[in-house]
Design a protein around this ligand. Structure first.
Ligand code: FAD
Length: 445
């Protein structure tokens, strides 16, 4: 049987190692701390939660709950330890972070098939005959290993920043003030255009340049790529820079007239259901409260509800839609699996879930089996489907949400008006599909 080398002792790595060992594989778990740390970790512990101590909602029939239920059913080692050291947190699963790390370390120490190696890994052996690698080095992968990954995948396949544009709830857009149109009427009129007069633009501009930015931690000081500059940074370069950039109005005349607005914000459909739109080019680093106030100065968004605010932060992740298959292997180098935040999932729980899948898939391959992808109906399958099928050009990491799950069939949707009931049904069929998948796996034999 092939051996398994897991790189990264954060969340995804220990889960992957414990899964692979559980299914009979010899595992080495490589962690660079304490020899070398990241800018966010403060200890040399396994499974360190670098910021909040919450593993998100436990409310029944929410998407984070579904993901955790699936993990429990499949025997996630880290979730079991999280449950064992939960602290009161309303509807969320929050943990005592020190106790959580201690328990995970204890589990790893008690597993005779896992050998821990405290070293920074700087090279990857994609052609190894006897070892499979699970790469789980997270959003702060060390620079040497990131360079090695670029060697394997191509320099343009690794991102170092999340740059997220705000997303608005479509039902809260004032459609009387906006219009659908493609620039120069080329192609279908998919974009919603929010047109500005000069006066409206001036008010918006002044508010934008006066906005309060989120304070970047020292290590987070951003050396922005020109291609993903925050909107407020572009604005500071001159009163008209935005009008020649993402707010360019040319080719977007008011319908049925020859008049071109002074500036335009374009909204691009975010999902197939068209119930949310993102503000094109509006990635920013502004405090959420200020964002809400300023974005509502955009004509048509006066009373908008924002489902997500713009953000930019350090995050290393691969272009999974181009690189990964549904078994989390690099398509060009199937000896290498990618797990956790590096694969383009976002969040503690999602990272552990990715580690669990990668550990199972690698164990199957090591045993000479061909693993089946996680079912599309499940939360795990939906996350994997997202990272492997999202539009590659605009790929951004994602948390688990109902947006990623397969919607109910049209017929059912029409019949069931209550959103909660729809979600309940989605969770029920997700759990059924998940159980079937687990039962049919040779790992269950
Ligand atoms: P990590 O937990 O970061 O584990 C990766 C491990 O790999 C680290 O231990 C690192 O030391 C090690 N490593 C890196 N390079 C090498 C190498 N070359 N050789 C050997 N070891 C190496 N998510 C949330 O849900 N809630 C939050 O509050 C939250 N806050 C965050 C705050 C920050 C500052 C960051 C950066 C991320 C945050 N996240 C949060 C996102 C994400 O959930 C966490 O980063 C999560 O820890 C990711 O899990 P992981 O296993 O993929 O990576």
């Amino acid at each position: 049987m092939k051996k398994i080398k897991v790189i990264g002792g954060g969340l995804a790595g220990p889960e992957a190692a414990l899964q692979a060992a559980r299914f009979g594989c010899e595992v080495t778990l490589h962690e660079m701390r304490p020899n070398r740390s990241t800018e966010a970790h403060q200890t040399s512990d396994f499974a360190e939660l670098v910021c909040s101590n919450s593993l998100k909602s436990e409310s029944e029939n929410t998407a984070p709950w579904l993901l955790k239920q699936e993990m429990r059913i499949a025997g996630s080692a880290l979730l079991k330890e999280a449950d064992a050291c939960a602290v009161p947190a309303g509807h969320a699963l929050a943990v005592d972070r020190v106790e959580f790390s201690r328990r995970v370390a204890e589990r790893i120490a008690a597993e005779p098939r896992i050998t821990v190696v405290r070293e920074e890994v700087t090279s990857l052996d994609e052609n190894s005959e006897d070892t499979l690698t699970i790469l789980a080095t997270g959003p702060l992968t060390s620079p040497a290993l990131a360079a090695e990954l670029q060697r394997l995948t191509g320099a343009d396949q690794l991102a170092f920043y999340d740059s997220i544009a705000p997303v608005v709830d479509a039902s809260t857009i004032n459609m009387d003030r906006v219009y659908f149109k493609a620039r120069w009427d080329k192609g279908s009129a998919d974009y919603i255009n929010c047109p500005f007069t000069k006066e409206e633009y001036d008010v918006f501009y002044d508010a934008l340049v006066a906005a309060h930015e989120v304070e970047a931690k020292e290590w987070e000081k951003l050396d922005y790529f020109e291609g993903c500059l925050p909107i407020e940074e572009i604005a500071r370069r001159g009163r008209d820079t935005l009008r020649f950039g993402c707010m360019k109005p040319v080719g977007l005349r008011y319908p049925g007239t020859e008049i071109t607005p002074y500036a335009v914000v374009q909204l691009r459909q975010e999902n197939l259901r068209a119930d949310s739109y993102n503000l094109v080019g509006f990635q920013n680093h502004i405090k959420f409260g200020d964002q809400q106030r300023i974005l509502r100065l955009i004509p048509g968004l006066e009373n908008a509800t924002f489902l997500r605010y713009g953000q930019i932060h350090r995050n290393t992740y691969i272009n999974s839609p181009t690189l990964l298959n549904e078994q989390l292997q690099l398509r060009q180098h199937p000896n290498i699996f990618i797990a956790g935040q590096l694969s383009g999932v976002e969040g503690y729980t999602e990272s552990i879930a990715g580690g669990m899948l990668a550990g199972r898939f690698a164990a199957s391959v090591a045993r000479g089996e061909t693993p089946e992808p996680a079912p599309r109906l499940s939360a795990h399958g939906s996350l994997v489907h997202y990272i492997t099928h999202a539009e590659a050009k605009r790929f951004q990491p994602a948390n688990v949400t109902f947006d990623l799950l397969l919607p109910l069939e049209e017929e059912l949707r029409k019949k069931i008006r209550d959103k909660k009931e729809r979600h309940r049904l989605q969770c029920e069929r997700g759990l059924n599909a998940w159980r079937e998948w687990l039962d049919s796996s040779p790992l269950s034999a």
